[in-house]
Design a protein around this ligand. Structure first.
Ligand code: ATP
Ligand code: MG
Length: 426
């Protein structure tokens, strides 16, 4: 992609409305644009990252037997009356009326809709289990939208629902989804912990949160430096340095933000909404359900918090907007630009390459490139006349002069073997 054709409206100065680093970078780097409080346009750079996160989720969920569908955002009041949530949900629910004065809401989550979708089909034990998910815009009129995409009023969520005839099967699926979530967040390059949680508004009998560690997080978690033990500070208030309750390691505290949530819902929705099946003894029973969310736009924000300093981002390999950034340090018609263009045309066949073909000074190009955050960078400058260019890796500052393309291919091939460039082209 030529950078002149990509819409990346970077800013020179720090935007006043941004209170935290990730939000500043989002605005300064031309990733998003705010329309109203908590409501954003995802510009091309952010949307490429969002699509990569979505595709990682799709790959991992499809692998365990889930299938994707898409439900409506606009939902009629009657199904919310059936579940009892029209009253319970409160002011976060965005309510509206159609032209005939009938009540609707914009979905903050989809338990009601999915239950109406499956209840006429899942009437016999023979059709179980089933796992359905969607990736969709959700609406919640949050009291205090803030930190950019962290707490939006309109945001992108993946929501998965599973259906079972007995608790044992729900437990099995819950564990499979839990493992898939671990793979998803690892691939996203997130440092996270799994903490058990109370189940809040959605209800049910068992739930865990995936919490991305970052200083601007709203929760404090208590975790072991050596094992998987982690817990919300509200639930277990161990001091830092205390031995971990599982006997492994010492307790540390960290702030974190919930990026994913998995629930065993049980029959919370199937009972009031009469989603009933007939078991192998011809007995009528309510369907047992699980539900599992990931806040995709919030994940982007959490990754940014963990992988950026004040002026520079290094996106993790699997979610990077592009894989290689080529920066010629001179304008069109010079040896530097021509060599850069030649490298772009060749590398673009195998990698996602961003080519900074703008007529800008090197300082501007470097500043913008640091905000765009592509780990693998090729700089074509003064030595271009001798056919020499520089490869630089942002993550560790490694640099190397390169004089022919084969040498670069060898280098990139070696990186691929270490797990870089996994997603390939979009
Ligand atoms: P929170 O406690 O942060 O309000 P929640 O418990 O209301 O989250 P869920 O109903 O479990 O969230 O929604 C599933 C996922 O959607 C959450 O794990 C989170 O990642 C994401 N999410 C929830 N609310 C928002 C929001 N306002 N903006 C962006 N992402 C959100
Ligand atoms: Mg909430």
């Amino acid at each position: 992609m030529k950078q002149t054709l990509l819409f990346v409206p970077t800013l020179r100065d720090n935007p006043k409305e941004a209170e935290v680093n990730s939000h500043r970078i989002l605005l300064r780097g031309g990733y998003v644009r705010q329309l109203a409080a908590g409501i954003y346009t995802y510009l091309p750079l952010a949307y490429r990252i969002i699509k990569k996160i979505e595709n990682i989720i799709r790959e991992e969920l499809d692998k365990i037997g889930c299938s994707e569908l898409l439900m409506p955002a606009m939902q009629p009041r009657d199904i919310w009356e059936e579940s009892g949530r029209w009253q319970d949900y409160g002011k976060e629910l965005v309510r509206l009326k159609d032209r005939h004065d009938r009540d609707f809401c914009l979905g903050p989550t989809h338990e009601e809709v999915i239950t109406t979708v499956i209840r006429d089909y899942l009437t016999t034990y023979k059709r179980f289990p089933l796992a359905l998910y969607q990736i969709q815009t959700k609406f919640r009129d949050e009291f205090r939208p803030r930190y950019g995409l962290m707490r939006g009023r309109e945001f992108i969520m993946k929501d998965l629902y599973t259906f079972h005839t007995e608790d044992g099967d729900l437990d099995h699926w819950y564990n499979e989804v839990r493992k898939a979530y671990q793979r998803i967040f690892n691939r996203c390059g997130l440092n996270y912990r799994i903490v058990s949680a109370d189940s809040g508004n959605i209800g049910g009998k068992s739930s865990e949160e995936f919490v991305g560690l970052c200083d601007i997080g709203e929760d404090t978690i208590v975790y072991s430096d050596e094992s998987d033990f982690a817990c919300n500070k509200e639930l277990c208030d161990l001091p830092e340095g205390a031995p971990s309750p599982d006997g492994k390691g010492k307790i540390l505290h960290a702030r974190g933000i919930e990026v994913g949530h998995i629930f065993k819902l049980g029959t919370k929705y199937s009972l009031p909404m009469k989603a009933i099946f007939v078991d192998y003894e011809q007995k009528q029973k309510p369907i047992i359900m699980g539900c599992y969310g990931i806040g995709i736009s919030r994940v982007l924000m959490a990754i940014l918090e963990q992988h950026a300093d004040e002026n520079k981002v290094v996106w993790p390999q699997e979610v990077t907007p592009f894989q290689i950034h080529i920066l010629p340090l001179d304008k069109e018609g010079t040896p530097a630009f021509e060599l850069a263009q030649e490298l772009y045309e060749k590398l673009n066949k195998d990698y996602e390459v961003l080519f900074d073909d703008r007529n800008e000074r090197p300082g501007v190009k470097f500043n913008d490139a640091d905000l765009i955050g592509i780990n693998h960078r090729i700089i074509v400058g003064k030595k271009a006349a001798e056919g020499i260019f520089e490869y630089e890796r942002l993550a560790d500052g490694f640099k190397q002069d390169i004089s022919d393309l084969n040498e670069l291919h060898e280098l990139l091939k070696a990186l691929r073997m270490f797990g870089d460039f996994k997603t390939g082209r979009q």
